[in-house]
Structure formats: structure tokens, C-alpha cells
Write a protein that binds this ligand. Structure first.
Ligand SMILES: NC(=O)c1ccc[n+]([C@@H]2O[C@H](COP(=O)([O-])OP(=O)(O)OC[C@H]3O[C@@H](n4cnc5c(N)ncnc54)[C@H](O)[C@@H]3O)[C@@H](O)[C@H]2O)c1
Length: 532
């Protein structure tokens, strides 16, 4: 029965995918979306990928590739280490002016940036979809996230406060101040080519810092588009536009930025492998790092849950963004009594998923970002089978960068499920007791996001308590993805320990000053020490 359904699914998918190559993409992507690119001053070639108050670029030419058909969209002259050096000096110069603005005045500038993004919401979302490969609603959602965090930062501009601390000495006052650190270097990953910059830059700016952005080398166009909008806003406010500088490029520029003491905070989003190196380099120079690294997120499904709700949540969390979110659900831990029922529903739901052009309505799963990711998909499934697991649904590359979202049946001890494969593969397994389920959830190196589906309050409080999930994000009755900007975002263990966005994450972008002011005219010492 399943085989039959699966067979029909493969045929439909294959015909859909081949249509992309033949009809839809005969004209070049750039020409087809010329108006959108021209709106941001992006041409087919010769785009300058460095901004430090002026547009330039002395590094190698990099190509932005459309993941739907691997056609070059446009070329960018990236930056090199010299460009980075100059840009870091320019940001530092601009920051001197910015740090002296009263914080609510900084908030006004952020409000204007928000307005510019609102006016460009759809076109920017489209550039994300074209360059990264995520579906259009998610591309637009990413820009919306940037808008949301700017609103949050505007609120912060009236609320970032220090505290008064009781002093043990008479006639003394102790207080805490929060001042900017200087420059925040942002190195971002391909999968959130705008939102990661938004989360960091909005908070870095409201706290009085300048920002230097090194985006993923595979998504340079949208970083140019965003920087142009920010540049205009800063100029409109008579502020030095180098405050938000950009240096596109690859490993060389990234590693130089990590090593440079002029980047007082280095916010790195990417793989655990690279993040481990970056973290050590920044620590070696006593800089501050915010590390947002890989995840291996699980959903636990308890017997007492609302199964409809769980099934719907799992589908989008595992298949959305073609499995290329740091918070994608990669492991499904299901109570043994409901496993068969849930898997049957999921297989049915997976059969309805439309894989295809991210700009087409109704498509839920776009292509993988690169061809190399297709090999990761195939190799992971090979390992599943070698280690004794089974493929329950999917398991096929569909041509180009397209793959079929896949469900596997694995044992909780298999090595393959300990790795983060950045593709739409969901490993399913069973458990008997809550303790066992929590142990499985925690038994991986990564600690980003986790969820439980249950209606039992005791289970909920155990899950969020000291013997519960060891992740930074601990959800109940919602999936592992879909974080709101109001909370602190980030994870433990090999996810790096960083926190971004809401709550008190803003403090990471600040120098904390503990100030003791003596107005007594005498000199009493702390701890009652008397030197006579
Ligand atoms: N935790 C989070 O918030 C979060 C969010 C998004 C993505 N991610 C993770 O990012 C990964 C996918 O993104 P990716 O493939 O772009 O990651 P990646 O590690 O390959 O690259 C990330 C960035 O690091 C740069 N880089 C590469 N080598 C460097 C070096 N030696 N020094 C400094 N910079 C260097 C790259 O040019 C890129 O800009 C996944 O593991 C995903 O889980 C995590």
C-alpha cells in the first residue's frame, strides 16, 4: 500500500522537477527578476561586495547561484583581507559618533531602518528565496524577523537600564553601567542570510556598537541589498554609513575577522566544526564571542498528547526550509504505544508535500542549497542502512538539488543520529518511559532546541526542570523551530552557548561597569579592613 503511494509520489515529483529545467528556467534568473535586483542596485556582474562608507571590492569574484537549477544569478567582486582591515578602521571611526548619541536617538534611527525594510519586505524576501532556495513565505518571514527585532531594539532604547547596588560602606553608592564594546563582527551562515544579521545588528546598534558583516559566500546578493538600504537610512540621518560595513568573502576574510582584536564581539553563526575554531581564536585574544552552531533537535511524543497537533507540527519542523534550519527537527522520539499510528499519519502527510520551485505557490519544500548537500543526504541514508536502520518514506534524490523529504526508523544508539545532517531526514525511534525519552533527547553533542508533546502538567514541569531537556530552547506542544525574537535564542554544548535576540541578550554586546562612588569625604575600606 505504502509502496504504491510512494511510487506515485516519486513519479509526480520527478515530473515536477524536470519541468523546472525545461520551461520555467529557460530565461536567466537575473533577467526574469530584473526589477527586483535593480531595485537594490544589483547588476548581472561587477557588483561590489565591500561597503565601508563607499562600495568597492579587491577580492576574488564570487558567484551567487540559484539552487533551483544551479544557474549563476549574478557575480560579486568580494573583499580581501586589506578590504577588511580598512573597513574595521572605518567602523571604529563611525562608532565614535554613534556611541555618543543618546540611546533613544539611536532608537529613532532603528525605527527608520524598520520602515525601509517594511517598504522592501517582499522584494527582499524574494532575493532570499532566489539565492538561498527557501520558499517565498519563509524568505519574507526572514525579513519580517529583522523588522521585529528592530522594533524590539527600539523598545530597548528606552529600557536598557543598569542597577543600583547597596554598598556596605557609608556615603557610598554602587551602580552598574552598560556601555558599548566597540565593533561587533557578524559572520553568518547561508541558511538565514538576513535574519542572523538582523538579530545581531539591531541589538549591537542600539547598545551603541558599530557592525562589520561577513555573510556566507553563497548569499552575497541579499547582503548587498540589505546594506544598501541601511546605508541610505544612515545617510538620511547624517550619520557615517561605515557604521554598518560589509565585507563579502569566504574563509580567509572570516578567519581574519575572528582573529582581529578590533572586532570586540565576534558573533558567529555556522557549523560546529568552524565555530569550534572561531571560538578558540576569539578566546585566544580575549575577545567576546557569541557562538550559534549546529543543532540536532528532537521532538518527544508522549502517549497522552494531541496527536493531530503533534503530526502537523512535526511535518513542518522536519520538512520546512528543506531541513536546513538550525532548529529543524531531526529526531522523533515516540512512545511505543502510539508509534505505528503516528508514523502512518506522517507517511500520509509526507506524501502530500510538494517539492519544487520555492517561488511557486503551494510548494513546501524547495531545493537544497548546494549540490554537495545532496551528497550529504545520500551518504546519511547509506549510513542509516549500514547501521541497521530502515527508510520508511522517501530516500531519493530527485535531480538537481532536489531531494525527497525522508523518514527513517532507527535505534536510539545508532551513531548516524548523533550527527547534524543539514537535509530533510527525520530519524524516528521509540521509548517506554519519560526518563528514557529525556535521556535520548540529551544523548547528543548538540543542545539547541527540543520539544515535547503532552497534556500532562507533571511531564511538562519535569521536562523544563533540572532533570529535563539540556537544550537552550525547551518547548511544549510546539515544534523545535519557530522561535520568537522576544526570548533569548541559542543552545548549549556543541551548539556553542551563545544567546541572541531577546531577553537580556543585549548585555553580551556591552561592557559592564561596576562603579563605586564615594560621597562621604572619608575612606572606609570594604570588608571592614583598617590600615590604621
Ligand atoms: N544555532 C544557530 O542559531 C544557527 C543558525 C543558523 C545556522 N546554524 C548552523 O549553521 C550551519 C549551516 O551553515 P553554513 O553551512 O553556512 O556553516 P559554515 O560553518 O560552513 O559557514 C558559516 C560562516 O563561516 C564562514 N567561515 C568558514 N570558515 C571560517 C573560518 N575558518 N573562520 C571564520 N569564518 C569561517 C563562512 O564563510 C560562513 O560565512 C549548520 O550547522 C546550522 O545548524 C546555526
Amino acid at each position: 500500500m505504502y509502496a504504491l503511494r510512494q511510487g506515485r509520489f516519486i513519479a509526480t515529483q520527478a515530473s515536477q522537477v524536470s519541468r523546472f529545467y525545461s520551461a520555467r528556467y529557460m530565461s536567466t534568473i537575473y533577467d526574469k527578476h530584473k526589477d527586483t535586483f535593480e531595485r537594490f542596485g544589483i547588476t548581472k556582474s561587477g557588483n561590489k561586495g565591500v561597503f565601508d562608507g563607499e562600495w568597492k571590492g579587491s577580492g576574488p569574484v564570487i558567484k551567487s547561484i540559484n539552487p533551483v537549477n544551479n544557474e549563476v544569478i549574478a557575480e560579486v567582486i568580494s573583499g580581501n583581507v586589506n578590504d577588511l582591515n580598512t573597513a574595521l578602521d572605518k567602523v571604529a571611526e563611525a562608532q565614535k559618533l554613534w556611541r555618543d548619541l543618546p540611546v533613544p536617538k539611536r532608537g529613532e534611527v532603528l525605527l527608520a531602518m524598520r520602515q525601509t525594510l517594511v517598504e522592501n519586505l517582499e522584494p527582499l524576501g524574494k532575493v532570499v528565496a532566489l539565492e538561498m532556495g527557501k520558499i517565498l513565505p519563509e524568505g519574507i518571514g526572514e525579513i519580517q524577523e529583522y523588522i521585529d527585532i528592530l522594533e524590539y531594539a527600539l523598545g530597548l532604547s528606552r529600557m536598557m537600564k543598569g542597577s543600583m547596588i547597596p554598598s556596605e560602606r557609608p556615603g557610598h553608592v554602587m551602580l552598574e553601567t552598560w556601555n558599548p564594546l566597540g565593533t561587533v563582527g557578524v559572520i553568518s551562515a547561508f541558511n538565514f542570510p538576513v535574519a542572523v544579521y538582523g538579530w545581531n545588528s539591531a541589538i549591537a546598534l542600539v547598545t551603541g556598537n558599530g557592525v562589520l558583516w561577513k555573510p556566507s559566500p553563497t548569499t552575497p546578493l541579499v547582503s548587498i541589498a540589505v546594506t544598501r538600504l541601511i546605508e541610505k537610512t544612515l545617510r538620511d540621518h547624517n550619520l557615517p554609513s561605515a557604521l554598518c560595513s560589509l565585507v563579502t568573502g569566504g574563509t580567509e576574510v572570516g578567519s581574519s575577522l575572528a582573529a582581529d582584536p578590533r572586532a570586540h564581539v565576534l558573533s558567529f553563526t555556522g557549523s560546529t566544526k568552524v565555530g569550534r575554531e572561531v571560538g578558540q581564536v576569539v578566546q585566544g585574544r580575549f575577545g567576546k564571542s557569541i557562538l550559534e552552531l549546529g543543532g540536532n533537535n528532537a521532538i518527544i511524543v508522549m502517549e497522552d498528547c494531541d496527536l493531530d497537533l503533534a503530526a502537523r507540527a512535526i511535518l513542518f519542523a522536519a520538512v520546512g526550509t528543506a531541513g536546513q534550519r538550525c532548529t529543524t527537527t531531526r529526531r522523533l522520539i515516540v512512545h511505543e504505544n502510539i508509534y505505528d499510528t503516528l508514523i502512518e499519519r506522517l507517511i500520509k502527510a509526507y506524501g502530500q508535500v510538494k517539492v519544487g520551485d520555492p517561488l511557486e505557490e503551494g510548494v513546501l519544500c524547495g531545493p537544497l542549497h548546494t549540490k554537495a548537500a545532496v551528497s550529504v543526504y545520500e551518504e546519511t541514508l547509506k549510513k542509516v542502512q549500514e547501521q541497521g536502520g530502515k527508510i520508511l518514506f522517501g530516500g531519493e534524490a530527485l535531480g538537481g538539488n532536489f531531494v525527497k523529504p525522508t523518514l527513517t526508523r532507527v535505534d536510539k544508539n545508532m551513531e548516524v543520529i548523533k550527527e547534524e545532517a543539514f537535509v530533510p531526514i527525520l530519524h524516528t525511534m521509540t521509548f517506554k518511559t519519560l526518563d528514557e525519552a529525556i535521556a535520548i533527547n540529551n544523548n547528543v553533542a548538540q543542545g539547541l532546541s527540543s520539544s515535547i508533546f503532552t497534556q500532562n502538567p507533571e511531564t511538562i514541569f519535569k521536562w523544563i526542570g533540572p532533570a529535563g531537556s539540556d537544550c537552550g530552547i525547551i518547548n511544549v506542544n510546539i515544534p523545535t523551530n519557530g522561535a520568537e525574537i522576544g526570548g533569548a535564542f541559542g543552545g548549549e554544548k556543541a551548539t556553542g552557548g551563545g544567546r541572541e535576540s531577546g531577553s537580556d541578550s543585549w548585555k553580551q554586546y556591552c561592557r559592564r561597569g561596576t562603579c563605586t562612588i564615594n560621597y562621604s569625604g572619608a575612606l572606609p575600606l570594604a570588608q571592614g579592613i583598617n590600615f590604621g
